[in-house]
Design a protein around this ligand. Sequence first.
Ligand SMILES: CC(C)(COP(=O)(O)OP(=O)(O)OC[C@H]1O[C@@H](n2cnc3c(N)ncnc32)[C@H](O)[C@@H]1OP(=O)(O)O)[C@@H](O)C(=O)NCCC(=O)NCCSC(=O)CCCC(=O)O
Ligand SMILES: Cc1cc2nc3c(=O)[nH]c(=O)nc-3n(C[C@H](O)[C@H](O)[C@H](O)COP(=O)(O)OP(=O)(O)OC[C@H]3O[C@@H](n4cnc5c(N)ncnc54)[C@H](O)[C@@H]3O)c2cc1C
Length: 648
Amino acid sequence: MAAANRDAFWAPSSKVNPDLARERESATFDVRELTHIIDGSPDRTKRRKELENLLYSEPVFRDVGRLSMERDEIYEQGVLKSIKLFEWSRKYKWDDDDFELASRLANHDISMSLQHAMFIPAIERLASDTQKAKWLPRALHYEMIGTYAQTELGHGTNLMELETTATFDPERNEFIMNSPTVTSMKWWPGALGKSSNTAIVLAQLIVKGKNHGLHPFLVPLRSMEDHTPLPGISVGDIGPKMALNCIDNGFLIMKNVRIPRENMFMKNAEVTRDGRFISRGVDKANYATMVLVRVKITRWAFESLSDGATTAVRYSVVRRQSSLKPGERELQVLDYQSQQYKVLPALAASYAFLMTNRSLHRLYDSVHADIMAGNTKLLAELHCQSSALKAYMSEVVVQLLELCRQACGGHGYLASSGIGLLCASSAPLVTVEGENSVLYQQAARYLMKQVAKAVVGDPVASGFQYLLTQSSSDRPDIRIQNLADCGNLDTLLQVYQRMAFSVVTGAARKLQMAIESGVEQHVAWNNNMVSLIQAARFYALHGIAKEAGYFLATPTLTPDQFELVRAAELQAMAKVRHDAVPLVDAFDLHDICLHSALGCYDGNVYERLYALAQTSSLNKTQVHPAYYKHIRGLVKDGQKQLRQQSKL
Ligand SMILES: CC(C)(COP(=O)(O)OP(=O)(O)OC[C@H]1O[C@@H](n2cnc3c(N)ncnc32)[C@H](O)[C@@H]1OP(=O)(O)O)[C@@H](O)C(=O)NCCC(=O)NCCSC(=O)CCCC(=O)O
Ligand SMILES: Cc1cc2nc3c(=O)[nH]c(=O)nc-3n(C[C@H](O)[C@H](O)[C@H](O)COP(=O)(O)OP(=O)(O)OC[C@H]3O[C@@H](n4cnc5c(N)ncnc54)[C@H](O)[C@@H]3O)c2cc1C
């Protein structure tokens, strides 16, 4: 779409859809005040607006043509967006919050996202002070463009079986990096294919024939002069994906690549000049970057879900379809209870996820500060909470975004709705940074340990006190006698704790019984894996309704109480429905950021759908070349055959 049309496309129209306008007039709260809470403060709202003005004054961030672009263009556009953000970050000395916010305003649609998502954080967390002094300036000034290369073609989850090796050569005081098998090539790392000139490579450290486990190494990939791969390096893009195609996820094969001994990250371990291996800090300290990204993913979960909820809610009040009583005006589809059931859980979960991310981030910041000071006491609890919440929130986002898409009918299947791309780009959140079933098990492992402590009366971790309070014989009954009780948050918390206690201790009991029956621990674990994963999963009324089985199969709710919860859930949805538009308006998503003809602030859905249809590459000519090449012949043959038939 030409620049002029593109600007016209995004310019907010003074003509707002009347249904949408009416919804805004009836808001029962101050939308701006809620926006400040969502942003974190009025100052952060102000800062966001400043960054929006900066980004959206640049044509590359306003692109609408994106809908019909080839992958090379998409990649190059993602590179250009990356460079813009990097240049501004350097020029205006952005901190991490500003960079993360700017990246969000660009929909994280930047090819070299790993530079700030993993490469720089890994140097900050895994490098010695000397190495940080050397490498951080080069990464922050973007001389080193990097990625985090851990996953291999043959292994992503099971880090212990990664095959890449780093063999110490005492003669030349170097490590020799190798990809010994086809399955050992690094595969998936973001920006590895074409963008990065450096990688943090996770490899098995071999010193004097002994394997000292997985350690990180800084490996130059491409010449700083002309970007050609260095000797022994074979690198490239792994091919198109479902979405996120601006990112050149790549492969890396190393054949006898030599790096200086100093290129082994030495905060948690080192190899001395004379070939001695020294381990420092906790065994899993080198996994610190993954914990950080899992916490970031809970933020990305909120962002994706609030995008989807905004589009689905705004479209659901603009779209009128059918009527409850013949002859009456067609209904706004959000007035159908079934539509509320599809769309409002995404709205509710968006707010819940925002608050959950903030709470998890506070825990992360506190534990990270402790670890940097040498105190790793809360690392295990952080690992459990970040694993469980990353898994649960990414799982719920994928489910609820698909429901939002379905709630938009046929138009939800158009690329111009933005919601299909949102579903596809959020889909990998259940896989990256630890596949969900694997992370749930990490949480379950920690839970089983807490149960073992609770059973013998030892103190349990702060987040798991319910294992003690719910186990006591004089625990209070669940007071749910009417709809009002269902709105009492303390009561709902008690319901969840009661259910969690039953499911967690139930899983522990099954595991224990299997082991006591003589089954080996790992076999018992696998045979009870679903129960253990359930023990690690669960939000408010909708959460209870969705997971009815766990609340009814455990001594938590009676069938009558469960029916009250269901009724309360539908009543709550009818109530929220009246503020649904102000609640999504409070996310204050710029139309360019939302990138949706269905979710635009002015609600002029039909005009925008039609305007975007004009950008379809098929509409470049009135008669497509395919007519001349293929269709015309078919029609002419048909006419000829009909003439011949008519003569018979
Ligand atoms: C599944 C595990 C956790 C298993 O680890 P393991 O070393 O085999 O050890 P284990 O026997 O299960 O556990 C031993 C112990 O290590 C602990 N532990 C494990 N991981 C951590 C951690 N991160 N922090 C703190 N502690 C950790 C476990 O809780 C165990 O503790 P315990 O022995 O029970 O006291 C590991 O293999 C793993 O993390 N796999 C997932 C790999 C992953 O996350 N890959 C991400 C690649 S990067 C990426 O995807 C980037 C995407 C970003 C983007 O696209 O933007
Ligand atoms: C968009 C995207 C970006 C990525 N970026 C990076 C990156 O920048 N750097 C990087 O290093 N990696 C990256 N990855 C790789 C990602 O981290 C891995 O895909 C992930 O760790 C899962 O590993 P895998 O794909 O090998 O699946 P596997 O580990 O082979 O698992 C396959 C399936 O087997 C099952 N499974 C496996 N293990 C278990 C178990 N123990 N218990 C029960 N079930 C199990 C699960 O259902 C799982 O889905 C990226 C991946 C994607 C999709």
